[in-house]
Design a protein around this ligand. Structure first.
Ligand code: ADP
Length: 324
């Protein structure tokens, strides 16, 4: 039997290069080898989104992005988290097996408390429990994620171990699966690429928007003038070239170190390479977006398939916990 895979992506906007290179390219690659369950996790988005009027649109945009990136609904299950309400039931039940102290020490929770002191909600501290519920509801063994999610996944494993200890062997311990680019740095060159920091490039951006963003990116801060030799190893543009211009990276590094190549020229080349790489995906995206009935069908059928698995798990969980 194929191992089951689960992963989720928050509909806080359209998918960006960080999501794609860090996680989504693995979603696509794993479809043949595994039984894959992929989810647009709308409930998770509520922990940080105060303004929810864009949520429905974001969900559809993300489903379009995922399909355009290569997810095939005949090979995988693609659905929206809140359409399978069993997950919130499991979230409550797993909460009974999760010590609060584990959740309060999660670094991303502490960060969020600083970032949004006006909105430190109960859902925020429970985020890793809901993420665990997402994964174990499908008894997934492998979870393709970016590096930033590994601490959450470690906590999911601890929750699973504790649940299994108390109530008997029920869930497999999920393992993370990283891509070769598990942490894409944002265009500011400092933090991870992220929608909330606006240092990202969306897959659905136009070629012009993409070029504009790339041209605004930070390069080697020590290279003040065109004639200064650069240090490709600290330059984010160089890192992105490794993905998008793999055959020319040695030449690019050499040109940077000897200052025979300038940052403007280097960024232009990167912008062109990204646009070339994304052109087929963008064309598929435009086609899929035209067929809203198809999208409705994919989302509805995905929820039906996911729910059939979820119901079976919930009966087992309730039996083990003495609720049935
Ligand atoms: P975001 O961090 O943009 O809000 P999500 O939290 O929904 O996006 O992340 C969706 C997936 O994309 C996760 O597996 C996450 O680890 C991955 N991811 C997000 N940003 C990056 C990045 N800059 N580099 C690599 N992977 C990333």
């Amino acid at each position: 039997m194929k191992k089951r895979v689960f992963s989720g992506i928050r509909p806080t906007g359209r998918i960006h290069l960080g999501n794609y290179l860090g996680a989504v390219q693995n979603y696509v690659a794993m479809q043949d080898e595994f039984e894959c369950v992929y989810c647009v996790v709308d409930i998770h988005a509520l922990t940080t989104l105060e303004d929810t009027h864009l949520l429905q649109e974001n969900i559809r945009e993300q489903v379009i992005d995922l399909l355009a990136a290569g997810l095939d609904p005949s090979k995988c299950t693609l659905f929206v988290q809140s359409h399978v309400p069993e997950v919130t039931e499991l979230f409550t039940l797993l909460g009974m097996a999760t010590p609060l102290s584990w959740l309060l020490r999660v670094p991303t929770f502490k960060e969020k408390v600083k970032q949004q002191p006006q909105n430190v909600n109960y859902g925020l501290v429970g985020y890793p429990v809901l993420m665990t519920a997402d994964i174990v509801l499908y008894k997934a063994e492998v979870v393709p994620v970016g590096e930033d999610q590994l601490p959450h996944l470690e906590l999911a494993r601890e929750i699973v171990r504790r649940f299994n200890d108390i109530f008997g062997e029920t869930f497999p311990e999920p393992k993370g699966r990283l891509t070769s680019v598990p942490m894409v740095v944002g265009l500011d060159g400092r933090d991870k690429m992220s929608k909330s920091l606006n240092n990202h490039i969306e897959l659905a951006a136009t070629p012009e928007e993409t070029m504009k963003k790339v041209m605004s990116a930070v390069t080697d801060p020590a290279r003040m003038r065109r004639a200064d030799p650069g240090h490709p190893e600290v330059c984010n543009i160089y890192k992105l070239h490794k993905t998008f211009t793999p055959s020319a990276v040695d030449e690019i590094a050499q040109g940077c170190r000897t200052a025979s190549r300038g940052c403007v020229e280097c960024k232009k080349e990167l912008g062109n390479a990204i646009n070339e790489y994304l052109a087929p995906l963008r064309a598929r995206r435009a086609e899929i977006a035209k067929d809203q009935a198809y999208l409705d069908r994919v989302i509805k059928e995905g929820a039906e398939k996911a729910r059939a698995i979820a119901k079976v798990t919930m009966v087992e969980v309730k039996r083990r916990m003495g609720l049935l």
